[in-house]
Every structure is written in C-alpha cells, then in structure tokens.
Design a protein around this ligand. Structure first.
Ligand code: GLP
Length: 243
C-alpha cells in the first residue's frame, strides 16, 4: 500500500482528482469505480473544475458505483444515485446510460445483487476504484464480518454506520437498515484502488487499516494485499500512524 500524507481535505481532494484525471487521460474509455459519502465530494468538485476548463473528457468513461441503500429510489435525495448525479454525473459530459449504481428500488435482494453482478461482469475490469472509509473500517457497505464477501450482496448496516449516516436523514428512523454493495472480491480485482480518508475521527480506524492485521473485522485492511492500492490521508486522519 502506498500512503500519501497531505495537509488537509483541500489537498486530499486535489491529489485524488489528479490521479483520477490521469487515469481518464491515459485511457479515455476507462471504467471508474466510484464512491459516495462526504470524503469524495471535494474530489468530484475538482474533477468538475478540470472538466469545465476543458482539461478532461468523460464522454467515453463508464462508471460503476459501490453501493446503494435498499428501498431508496433516485428521486430520494439520500439515495446514492441522487448523490452521484448531483456531485458528478450532471456536471460533466459522462453519458448517463454508462453510469451504474445498484438498483435500490428492487425489493428482491437476490435479483438486485444478481443484476448488478451481471452489469459488473459485462463492464469488465475496473481500472480505478475510488473508496471512502467507514468508521468501522467498511469499504462500500462491506461491514465487519467473519469473512470477506466476494460479489454484490445485501447487507444489514451496523449500528455504528446507522449512527454515522443519520446526520444526512431527517431522523434516525429514516436511515435504511439495509444496502446493496459491491463485494470485497470485486473491489480487490480493480487494477488500482484509491482510498481518500480525512479527519481525526478516522485516525483510529485508519491506523488499523494500515498497520493492523488483515482481518474481515476491519474490511479495508485487505487492501494491504492489493498490488496497487493508494491511500491519501490528511494529517488528522494519519495522526495515529507513524507516517
Ligand atoms: C458510507 C458509504 C461508504 C463511505 C462511508 C464513509 O457508509 N457506504 O462508501 O466510504 O460512508 O463516509 P464518509 O466519507 O462520509 O465518512
């Protein structure tokens, strides 16, 4: 794992956007794996700025998102499809029909997961997978478990994740209890993985991800075994490592 230490969120976003931009320039028809949450918002803003300046062209890019809340449709402002449209897809020239997010409106979990796996197989290998880090070490919505799930599956969100994500909803009761997420196996098969981590509240878990044992109890720790994983952390997030 390569770890880049940057000063703050601003620098983190700049660096992450630079790496993604390089990927898009090197391979205009690349497959980008994308993430939601507050961590990548600045990255998407920077990518949008580059696009507006004419430095980036997304017209041949395909995207696959990590996850979606079960039960939320695209018009719900807490759905991850809504988030992606707002923060990136509607701001750049990516063809909407090549942006994929699991279908949260499919009530049958098996069907939803199978359909998303079929999309992932069709799209092929992800060139660059962007990730945030959950407070319990989750990636996508792969929560601490006794194993690393391979492909798309339906998860019960942990209490910690529900608590962390309730700030975005009108009330805690509105936070969905389940989500569809890409599996850890799929994430590990991406050619490159880029993790963006900011803030002191992530310091404890980030030190476990980087220095701790590889264990499904800390799902992101498996990235230690990825041949091309890059973590960009700001000073606060890396404050509990010796980096
Ligand atoms: C959610 C998402 C994750 C994300 C995590 C961290 O649970 N499913 O993909 O990485 O939150 O979010 P944040 O970046 O807001 O801390």
């Amino acid at each position: 794992m390569k770890v880049y230490k940057v000063k703050d969120y601003q620098e983190l976003s700049q660096k992450a956007a630079g790496i993604i931009a390089a990927q898009v320039i090197l391979k205009p028809d690349c497959v980008l794996g994308l993430a939601t949450g507050s961590s990548p918002i600045g990255t998407y803003d920077k990518l949008t700025e580059m696009y507006e300046k004419g430095e980036l062209d997304f017209s041949a890019v395909t995207t696959v998102n990590l996850d979606e809340y079960k039960g939320l449709d695209s018009s719900n402002d807490q759905s991850y499809r809504y988030f992606m449209n707002k923060h990136l897809f509607e701001r750049v020239n990516i063809p909407m029909e090549r942006t994929y997010v699991p279908d949260g409106t499919e009530a049958d979990s098996d069907k939803a997961c199978q359909a998303y796996n079929e999309i992932l197989h069709k799209v092929g290998m992800v060139d660059l997978q962007l990730l945030g880090l959950g407070h319990d070490g989750h990636i996508g919505f792969n929560e601490p478990d006794d194993h690393f799930p391979d492909e798309t599956h339906c998860v019960d969100l942990t209490e910690q994740t529900i608590q962390a994500n309730k700030r975005f909803f009108a009330s805690e009761a509105d936070v969905p209890r389940q989500a569809y997420t890409m599996g850890v196996g799929t994430i590990m098969r991406a050619k490159m993985v880029l993790v963006v981590v900011s803030g002191e509240d992530k310091a404890e878990i980030l030190s476990k991800v980087i220095n701790g044992p590889v264990t499904p109890q800390v799902p992101a720790s498996i990235l230690q075994f990825h041949p091309n994983a890059v973590i960009i952390g700001d000073e606060a997030a890396l404050s509990k490592t010796n980096l």
